[in-house]
Design a protein around this ligand. Structure first.
Ligand code: ADP
Length: 412
C-alpha cells in the first residue's frame, strides 16, 4: 500500500503544478476513490472550482456515494446527498442505488447480495490503440465508427449518427479482440469489466438476469466503463441450434436487451463491447439498429503485429541477435496465440540446450523458424468455416469487411 500512497503523492504534486488540468485531477480522484475516499469530496469541489465539467463532477460524486454504500456508509455531506437527486448518471433514478446489505455470514451469494454493487472487478487498462501493433486498417475502422463519434457527438448528430453504445468485434480466435477491447477502454480512459458467459452462470446460478443487471450496475458505478463480453455467441445463440436450456438464455438476452437500450439512450459513460469467433450465431435481436449495430472485423496480425507479438513473447528471455522480422515474414495467417506457441517451443528447446551445456544458450532465428514450420496457422480453419456462411448466409452487412478481405487475399 505504501507504494500506492507514494504514487498518490506524485500525482497530487502534478495536480498542484497544473490545477486547471481537469483530466489529470479526474485521474487523481479515481485513485482516491480506491485508496482514500475520505479525500474525494473536497477534490471534486476543487475539480469543479477549476472549471471541471459539472456533469463529470456529478458522476464522481455519485461514484463516491457508491463507494460509501459499498463499504456500508451512506452519503455524509449535503452535496453528496444532493448528488443522489441530480439527474441520474445511470438512466435509473439515483434512489435505485441499492441499499447496502451485509454479506451473508456463510459466504453464500444470497438474493440480496446480488443487489450489492462491486461484485464485478473493474480493472483500468493502461494500453491504448496506439499500443496495438500493426492492424492499421482495423484500428482506423474502430476509430472512425466508434471512437470518433464519441469524441464528436455534435458532428455525429449532424449526420444523423448516434454516438456510442456498443460494438461487436469478430474474427478468428487468438487474434487480439481482448487486447483491442482493453485498448479501446484505455483510449476512453475507462474502467474495464471482462465478462464471459461462464462467469455469469457460475457466479449466479439460477439468476442470470440479475447477474446481467449487476454487471451494468457495477459499470455505472465505475463509469466511464467498458463492459467486455467475451465469447458472445455463447449467449443467446441462434435458436436454430435447438440447444437445451434456451429458456434461461432467452431471459438473459431479454435482460441484456433492456440494459443495452438503456446504454444507447443514456449518455452514462457505459460502453458495451462484445467479441465472438462466430458472429453468424448471434441472436439477431441483439444486432438490431440501436443495439449492437456497429461491427469490426479483427483480422489476423499482419507482419508488423506478428513481429511485435513475438518480441513481447520473448521479452526478458535469452535472445541474442535474433531476426524477428524473418520469423514474422513466414508466419502469415498465424494468430497471436499461434505465435506465442512458436516462442514457447523455441524457448523450451533453448532451455533444454542450456541445461545440457550448463550455460545459457539463447533462442536462435533458426529455432523460431523451425518451430513456425511445425505449426499450422489456426486462422486458416476459421476462414474455411466462414466461407459457406458468406456464400449462402443472410448478411445484414456484418460480413462486409470480411468479404473485402477475402477478395483482397484471393480467397474464394
Ligand atoms: P482474442 O480475444 O481474439 O481471442 P487475444 O486478445 O486474447 O485474442 O490475443 C491473444 C494473444 O495475442 C494475446 O496475448 C494478445 O496480447 C496477442 N495479440 C494478438 N494480436 C495482437 C496485436 N495486434 N498486437 C499485440 N498483441 C496481440
Amino acid at each position: 500500500m505504501s507504494k500506492d500512497e507514494g504514487f498518490l503523492e506524485v500525482i497530487e504534486a502534478e495536480v498542484a503544478q497544473d490545477p486547471q488540468n481537469s483530466a489529470l485531477r479526474e485521474d487523481f480522484i479515481t485513485l482516491l476513490l480506491q485508496y482514500e475516499p475520505e479525500r474525494v469530496a473536497s477534490e471534486v469541489d476543487a475539480f469543479e472550482a477549476h472549471g471541471g465539467d459539472p456533469a463529470r463532477a456529478r458522476v464522481l460524486r455519485a461514484r463516491l456515494m457508491a463507494t460509501r454504500l459499498r463499504s456500508g456508509h451512506g452519503p455524509t455531506t449535503p452535496t453528496e446527498a444532493a448528488a443522489a437527486q441530480v439527474p441520474p448518471i445511470s438512466g435509473t433514478s439515483a434512489s435505485s442505488v441499492p441499499t447496502p446489505v451485509s454479506a451473508p455470514a456463510d459466504g453464500d451469494v444470497s438474493e440480496d447480495a446480488l443487489d450489492q454493487p462491486g461484485l464485478w472487478d473493474a480493472e483500468r487498462p493502461s494500453v491504448t490503440l496506439a499500443d496495438v501493433a500493426g492492424l492499421a486498417e482495423v484500428k482506423q475502422h474502430i476509430d472512425s465508427t466508434f471512437l470518433a463519434p464519441l469524441r464528436n457527438p455534435e458532428l455525429a448528430a449532424a449526420f444523423g449518427q448516434k454516438p456510442g453504445g456498443s460494438l461487436l468485434m469478430y474474427g478468428p480466435p487468438g487474434c487480439g479482440k481482448t487486447h483491442i477491447a482493453k485498448a479501446i477502454a484505455g483510449d476512453l480512459g475507462a474502467a474495464f469489466i471482462h465478462v464471459t458467459l461462464a462467469d455469469l452462470l457460475s457466479k449466479y446460478i439460477g439468476d442470470s438476469e440479475k447477474a446481467i443487471r449487476s454487471i451494468f450496475q457495477d459499470a455505472r458505478a465505475a463509469a466511464p466503463c467498458v463492459i467486455f463480453f467475451d465469447e458472445f455467441d455463447a449467449l443467446g445463440g441462434r435458436r436454430t441450434s435447438g440447444g437445451g436450456g434456451s429458456q434461461a438464455m432467452r431471459m438473459v438476452v431479454t435482460q441484456l436487451l433492456e440494459e443495452l437500450d438503456g446504454v444507447t439512450s443514456e449518455n452514462d459513460g457505459v460502453y458495451f463491447l462484445a467479441a465472438t469467433n462466430r458472429p453468424w450465431d448471434i441472436d439477431p435481436a441483439l444486432r438490431r439498429p440501436g443495439r449492437i449495430d456497429k461491427t469490426v472485423l479483427v483480422l489476423p496480425p499482419d507482419a508488423v503485429a506478428r513481429e511485435a507479438i513475438l518480441q513481447g513473447d520473448l521479452e526478458g528471455k535469452p535472445v541474442n541477435g535474433t531476426d524477428l522480422g524473418a520469423v514474422a515474414a513466414v508466419t502469415e495467417g498465424f494468430s497471436g496465440a499461434d505465435i506465442a506457441q512458436v516462442a514457447k517451443i523455441a524457448l523450451q528447446q533453448s532451455m533444454q540446450a542450456s541445461m545440457s551445456a550448463g550455460a545459457i544458450v539463447p533462442v536462435t532465428t533458426e529455432a523460431l523458424l523451425a518451430a513456425a514450420a511445425g505449426i499450422t496457422p489456426s486462422t486458416t480453419t476459421w476462414f474455411d468455416q466462414v466461407a459457406p456462411v458468406i456464400e449462402y448466409g443472410v448478411d445484414d452487412g456484418t460480413f462486409e469487411q470480411l468479404r473485402a478481405y477475402r477478395v483482397r487475399r484471393g480467397m474464394r
